[in-house]
Ligand binder design. Structure first.
Ligand SMILES: NC(=O)C1=CN([C@@H]2O[C@H](COP(=O)(O)OP(=O)(O)OC[C@H]3O[C@@H](n4cnc5c(N)ncnc54)[C@H](O)[C@@H]3O)[C@@H](O)[C@H]2O)[C@H](O)CC1
Ligand SMILES: [K+]
Length: 513
């Protein structure tokens, strides 16, 4: 099933406003849209929080249409027979919100003090949506901080109140939601690192926004939410013809490891092997060769002359053109800089990670841009934010996604910016497209996870998959496996070796579901 535009596009507040206006100008009454949205919210709420287990519901109503949504939900839950109470810190409201407030009162739904909500089984946060304009202060800030200390599940409508729609910053304070029902289109702020601790489980509630209005406003859009399940289904297993040859399936070269970081070479190899790569060559310092051979007997291990410090000093006369892809950098250590330059210049599909990135950073941004623009084959940089700022020091104060898009526009490289919400930006003919991975786990914040990922990306790239799809598919597979393991073993139990060993078992299970 082709994912519809609205199920992947990520929008800002002004884009939502513009699309909403087109809908209203085309004749949809504002009240009717609010009704439709709120009925769908109520349906989903009732599936997740049935009346039997959640009979007492507290409504937090704001002064805008987010509050309007919440008041319609309040009415509908009341008609289900639930005990509903409403709290609002605002004296004035928008007209439509006000009439819903009057009608709720006429039904006998009590408007109560904040404290009276403490005996509820569920709270619905309708304080602010994408109309939040400034820091939250006063009574509403006190209310938010108070509620966050209660142990009552909170479902936020559209956004957790207090989260900035576009950059995801906390505007003074913000609701710590158990779940967020995002309305219509994914909001940019919900998929940022800063919002991650507040959003809880994120779901989108569609209300049939006409795609023509979405396209009209989003135009040549650039920001997309990855659908993890769909990405796994679409990309794996990587197909291979029945009559194939190991070299046809793809030959990946890993240029990795040093005496100081020998394990990184093994982890990258484990990640690459899980992708089903036809042939795997691993170039390591001579002294590491016996260890790597013992750990990865099915790889061609190339012992390289090494520096005093045990880094690769040079690549023996390797014809780099015979490899369908190269992954360079895991555990390389900074002394292997000449190798990195040789690999970047060889113009083969390349994944540059860790010290490969730090070595590249040492030539300065102007040189980086020049070198990368000269390449015709794809290159995928896989920095975390610290490595990104070393590569592009002039962007370190720019908002993450903006900085990422700028760097891709300048270098024409695919950049996978790792983090709680990994973003993958891809240079395309109609401008840079950025994909955000919406689900991950802090279990991945461990040394070695990145080595496994770099090996996976190289393994997929070597099998003829595009840089964009290799980066996205590997990111999803890597994070979904970690989530699956964290559920079984807690986040403490997802070390990189366990992660690499479970990539295929996870894929098998996810395919059978
Ligand atoms: N996406 C859609 O097409 C639909 C959206 N709906 C809901 O409408 C809200 C957006 O409504 P809006 O009235 O524009 O904004 P809010 O409800 O977020 O109201 C904000 C409200 O509060 C005032 N305000 C802003 N910042 C502050 C502050 N820091 N302190 C106090 N007050 C503040 C501002 O002036 C507004 O009046 C959207 O999120 C959806 O929930 C509809 O359901 C229709 C479909
Ligand atoms: K809200």
């Amino acid at each position: 099933m082709i994912e519809s535009l609205s199920s992947q596009a990520i929008a800002t507040a002004s884009q939502m406003q513009a699309i909403e206006n087109l809908i209203f100008q085309a004749g949809m009454p504002v009240a009717a849209l609010m009704e439709k949205v709120a009925i769908r919210i109520t349906q989903r709420l009732t599936e997740l929080y049935p009346e039997q287990s959640h009979p007492h519901v507290g409504i937090l109503a704001g002064s805008g249409h987010n509050g309007g949504d919440a008041l319609v939900v309040a009415r509908e839950l009341h008609h289900q027979g639930r005990q509903v109470k409403i709290y609002t810190p605002f004296a004035k409201s928008k007209p439509l919100t006000r009439v819903h407030s009057c009608y709720a009162k006429s039904l006998g739904i009590p408007f109560v003090s904040l404290e009276s909500l403490q005996d509820c089984d569920l709270l619905i946060d309708g304080l602010f949506g994408f109309g939040l304009e400034r820091d939250v202060i006063g009574d509403v800030a006190i209310a938010i901080n108070t509620i966050n200390n209660w142990q009552i599940p909170i479902v936020s409508i559209d956004l957790p109140s207090g989260i900035h729609t576009d950059h995801g910053g906390i505007m003074g304070t913000a609701i710590q939601a158990t779940m967020t029902f995002c309305l219509g289109l994914w909001k940019r702020g919900l998929l940022t690192e800063s919002a991650t601790p507040y959003v809880g489980k994120l779901e989108r509630i569609s209300f049939d926004m006409p795609e023509k209005f979405i396209l009209q406003v989003l135009g040549a859009h650039h920001l997309w939410r990855i659908n993890p399940k769909q990405s796994l289904l679409k990309n794996f297993p990587i197909s291979r013809s029945v009559i194939t040859h190991k070299y046809e399936i793809g030959h990946l070269l890993l240029v990795v490891g040093s005496q100081k970081y020998g394990g990184a070479a093994i982890l990258a190899a484990m990640g690459a092997k899980a992708t089903g790569i036809g042939m795997l060559s691993i170039a390591v310092p001579n002294s590491l060769k016996p260890i790597i051979l013992a750990q990865v007997p099915d790889a061609l291990v190339i012992g390289c002359p090494e520096t005093e410090s045990g880094a690769i000093a040079s690549l023996p006369d390797l014809d780099l053109r015979k490899y369908q892809a190269i992954t360079c950098g895991c555990g390389l250590s900074l002394d292997a800089f000449p190798i990195v330059e040789q690999v970047v210049n060889c113009d083969r599909p390349l994944v540059l990670d860790a010290d490969g990135l730090n070595a590249l950073a040492s030539i300065g941004k102007a040189q980086i841009i020049e070198k990368l623009n000269q390449r015709s084959s794809s290159i995928i940089l896989t920095p975390h934010w610290g490595e990104f700022c070393r590569l592009f020091p002039d962007l370190h104060e720019v908002e993450r996604l903006e900085a990422l898009q700028t760097a891709v526009n300048q270098t024409k490289a695919t950049i996978l910016l790792k983090g709680a919400r990994t973003a993958i930006a891809v240079p395309e003919k109609d401008g840079t497209q950025t994909w955000i991975n919406p689900e991950s786990t802090a279990a991945l914040a461990r040394g070695g996870s990145g080595d496994v990922l770099a090996g996976m990306i190289g393994g997929i790239l070597a099998q003829g998959i595009s840089a964009k799809d290799a980066a996205i598919a590997a990111t999803v597979w890597h994070s979904q496996t970690a989530l699956w393991l964290a559920n079984q073993r807690t986040e403490m139990g997802v070390d990189p070796v366990t992660l690499a060993q479970n990539l295929l078992p996870f894929l098998q299970i996810s395919k059978s579901q």
